[in-house]
Design a binder for this molecule. Structure first.
Ligand SMILES: [Cu+2]
Length: 352
């Protein structure tokens, strides 16, 4: 039972992070996806095809996305692909494609009911093209629909002329952990092969990571790369995408050392028990003291915790890393408590 409630609580803790997950974005659409402020998101897409016999050689299409959230619904990022179709056009000298982009979510919140709108200006170094995308998505219950309009100043492979493209797709979340998605995107004129994708998306329980298994014909994740599919016979690529959010706050001790101790709560009380908050747990879940004595909680984690009583007893403010909180208990009784940001963290103080 305890194990089940811990799993449920971890899910609750992971819930805000789902807003950055592949459960809200099909493989070939950037969507209105903007990492939270102070979060650097690293996504790795690996697609491949197996050449027909006798060689059966595997040809890989890796793609990396690195994007940083700056708060105010703004992100800056870069995409890098090593086997880009953008690189196969007239005058192309490389298949290494780099795109830098900004994204501003003008309206809405990804994954929340209703509309969200984002604009994504970009520059594609391989195509030497100024690109842009406007994306709108609409969420209702487990379904999100996506639409995007794209423009580029130099479409590589078509004499470098300006071009426009449209894309659309959907995500359907079958449960909090599993979704399916698909999309299609195409240049308007001249139309070549539309790019398409289909995927099964998985949220890894108890983690902020999502993983998707994909089939697609798009070789890179740039705005241009998601507008045109690669040619037959290698026209279906299989692969996966893995998302890794890095919370920069967690790395602060590398640069600033341990934060200064901060003491909160009742000063001068006789401390009869000490409870460490470490690894997202209250160490020693039950402590027993006498009326008039105090308990000291010390935060050994790199993030804030609270001591919040389930009853009427007043609790702590947020306790920063390396901070401590002292609370004196004057009335005998059993005091159950939890951490507000991490409700699966629970403890009990018994006062005799
Ligand atoms: Cu906590």
């Amino acid at each position: 039972m305890k194990r089940v409630s811990l799993a449920l609580a971890l899910l609750a803790a992971a819930a805000p992070l789902q807003a950055q997950s592949l459960l809200y974005r099909p493989p070939n659409l950037g969507g209105t996806w903007v990492p939270d402020g102070g979060v650097v998101q690293f996504n790795f897409v690996h697609r491949f095809y197996v050449a027909p016999g006798p060689s059966h050689s595997v040809v890989n299409f890796p793609n990396f996305t690195l994007a940083a959230g700056f708060g105010h619904q703004v992100a800056f990022g870069a995409q890098f692909a090593t086997r880009s179709l953008v690189g196969l056009g007239n005058g192309a000298q490389s298949t290494n494609e780099t795109e830098v982009y900004g994204r501003w979510r003008v309206h809405g919140t990804e994954g929340q009911p209703g509309f969200a709108v984002a604009v994504t200006p970009a520059y594609n170094f391989l195509a030497k093209s100024v690109d842009g995308e406007v994306e709108v998505d609409w969420t209702q219950g487990p379904l999100t629909l996506h639409g995007a309009a794209r423009a580029m100043s130099r479409r590589l492979g078509e004499s470098g002329n300006a071009a426009t493209a449209f894309a659309g797709g959907f995500n359907a979340r079958l449960n909090p952990y599993v979704g399916v998605s698909a999309d299609v995107g195409s240049f308007v004129s001249p139309t070549v092969r539309a790019a398409w994708s289909a995927a099964i998306n998985l949220l890894i329980p108890g983690s902020p990571h999502t993983f998707s298994l994909q089939a697609s014909n798009a070789g890179s994740a740039s705005i241009q790369g998601e507008c045109e599919g690669i040619a037959a016979p290698k026209n279906i690529l299989y692969g996966f995408e893995f998302t890794i959010p890095l919370h920069l706050k967690r790395f602060a001790p590398w640069f600033h050392g341990s934060p200064k101790p901060v003491a909160l709560g009742a000063a001068g009380a006789a401390i009869a028990a000490q409870v460490d908050m470490a690894a997202m747990k209250f160490a020693g879940e039950t402590v027993t003291i006498s009326a008039g004595q105090a308990v000291r909680w010390t935060n050994r984690d790199p993030l804030e915790h609270t001591v919040t009583f389930d009853g009427a007893e007043p609790g702590s403010p947020p306790i920063p890393p390396n901070g401590s909180y002292v609370h004196r208990f004057d009335t005998p009784g059993t005091y159950t408590y939890h951490c507000t940001p991490h409700p699966f963290m629970k403890g009990v103080v018994v006062v005799k």
